[in-house]
Design a protein around this ligand. Structure first.
Ligand code: CS2
Ligand code: MG
Length: 403
């Protein structure tokens, strides 16, 4: 059996920070896991290097479930984004090792392919409706079957999901948190109009999605869901903060617009009530933040018995290692819904060469052994960590609000 001989944390910043765990074995096979937590990267790097790595040396790399339970129950202090991202990285790396030794792509170890490819949605955004729809048309021309629309809000200088003019969208934009202003009333007046124009311009054969990004109260989200009903959205995402899962009962009572939540979730417990009461339609938790492939499979199986499908997070602050793992998971899982795709920069792709590919609106992880992704450590070493925070959001009266 392959014994773990080293577990090294690699922090690199090809345009934005990524944390990668590399687990090496005495059979010369190594595996990779993404451990990136946007804005708190070094916390996970230390959790792995200082607290987890010493416990892994000498262990059987094939014992994925045992290592998962050891790291989850053995920590005593369970759950939370840092702990679960660290466990995720170990879990993902061990699946990578198992696939390489078996000479099979990870999706074959998860039960094989359940579909030809994973439908993905792209991000169209703009300072106003027209710019946003121009970007959406470009996505449709590239073959996307699903597009998320995020537009500037009249009366607000900037808002979530809209890139600064001519730049790629990267929310971790300051050495200390930048601050942004929010107005729910201005937003609620403008969002439905974006989708009315979207259907007019793009027709009905493309799925349209929208990310509210945790900013409404339940009754405001109910209002938005009703206003969006004529435009048949694939989902509205993160309509309200989800610490209180019962929040979604009120939204559910008022609207049939499908609801997605969970990119900030790190364990099944964050979504138990949401799923059991069918308060949502898609669960967004993904490999890097929710305990790895092992835990995500458990979450997806639980969701499946309650008609909830997967809609894994896939922003550029999740590395290509996570994207590769999510695609192996998505290709195989029965209740797959959709996969988010924000393409990484060429710089990032050079650091993380990979076998996944996009064609005709679908992504496939490739058939290379393991995850089919690597890290060029020489290139990675050229990009030093650069502290960067996610923004802090305030209402126009100065009240701190959800970003
Ligand atoms: C967003 C993310 O992709 C999404 O749905 O919610 O871009 C999110 O803002 C970032 O991942 C935060 O790091
Ligand atoms: Mg989101």
């Amino acid at each position: 059996m392959p014994r773990i001989t080293a577990a090294r944390v690699i922090v690199t910043c090809p345009g934005r920070n990524f944390v990668t765990l590399k687990i090496e074995t005495d059979e010369g096979v190594y595996g990779l896991g993404d451990a990136t937590l946007n804005g708190r990267e070094l916390a996970v790097a230390s959790y792995l290097a200082d607290h987890v790595a010493p416990c892994l040396i000498g262990r059987d790399a094939h014992r994925i479930e045992d290592v998962w339970q050891y790291l989850y129950k053995g920590a005593y202090w369970r759950r939370g984004p840092v702990t679960m991202a660290a466990i995720a990285a170990v879990d993902t790396a061990l699946w990578d090792i198992k696939g390489k030794i078996a000479n099979l792509p990870v999706y074959q170890l998860l039960g094989g392919a359940s579909r030809e490819g994973c439908m993905v949605y792209g991000h169209a955004n703009g300072r106003d409706v027209e710019e946003t729809l121009d970007d959406a048309r470009r996505h449709v021309e590239q073959g996307y079957k699903a597009v998320r629309l995020q537009s500037g809000v009249p009366g607000l200088a900037a808002t979530y999901g809209v890139a600064k003019h001519g730049q790629r969208y990267e929310p971790a934009d300051g050495d200390l948190p930048t601050e942004s202003l929010w107005s729910t009333s201005k937003y609620l007046r403008s969002a439905p109009a974006l989708f009315e124009a979207g259907r007019e311009a793009l027709g009905w054969d493309v799925h349209l999605l929208h990310d509210v990004h945790h900013r409404l109260t339940p009754i405001e989200a109910a209002r938005l869901g009703k206003d969006m009903e004529p435009y048949r959205l694939f989902w509205i995402e993160d309509a309200v903060p989800a610490e209180n899962q019962a929040n979604f009962r009120l939204i559910r009572q008022h609207t049939t617009t499908p609801l997605a939540v969970g990119e900030v979730f790190n364990s099944i417990w964050d979504a138990k009530q949401l799923i059991e009461e069918q308060l949502i339609d898609y669960i967004r938790a993904t490999v890097v933040h929710a305990g790895g492939i092992t835990h995500l499979k458990r979450l997806a199986s639980f969701a499946a018995i309650h008609n909830v499908r997967t809609g894994c997070h896939g922003a550029t602050d999740l590395s290509p290692v996570c994207m590769a793992a999510a695609l192996h998971f998505g290709l195989s899982v029965a209740n797959f819904g959709i996969q988010e795709l924000m393409p990484h920069t060429a710089e990032t792709d050079a650091v993380f060469p990979h076998g996944y590919s996009f064609a005709d609106g679908l992504m496939h992880p490739g058939d290379g052994p393991g995850l089919g992704v690597d890290i060029d450590e020489t290139l990675a070493a050229r990009y030093e960590y650069k502290r960067a925070y996610l923004p802090v959001n305030r209402l126009e009266d100065g009240t701190v609000w959800d970003w």
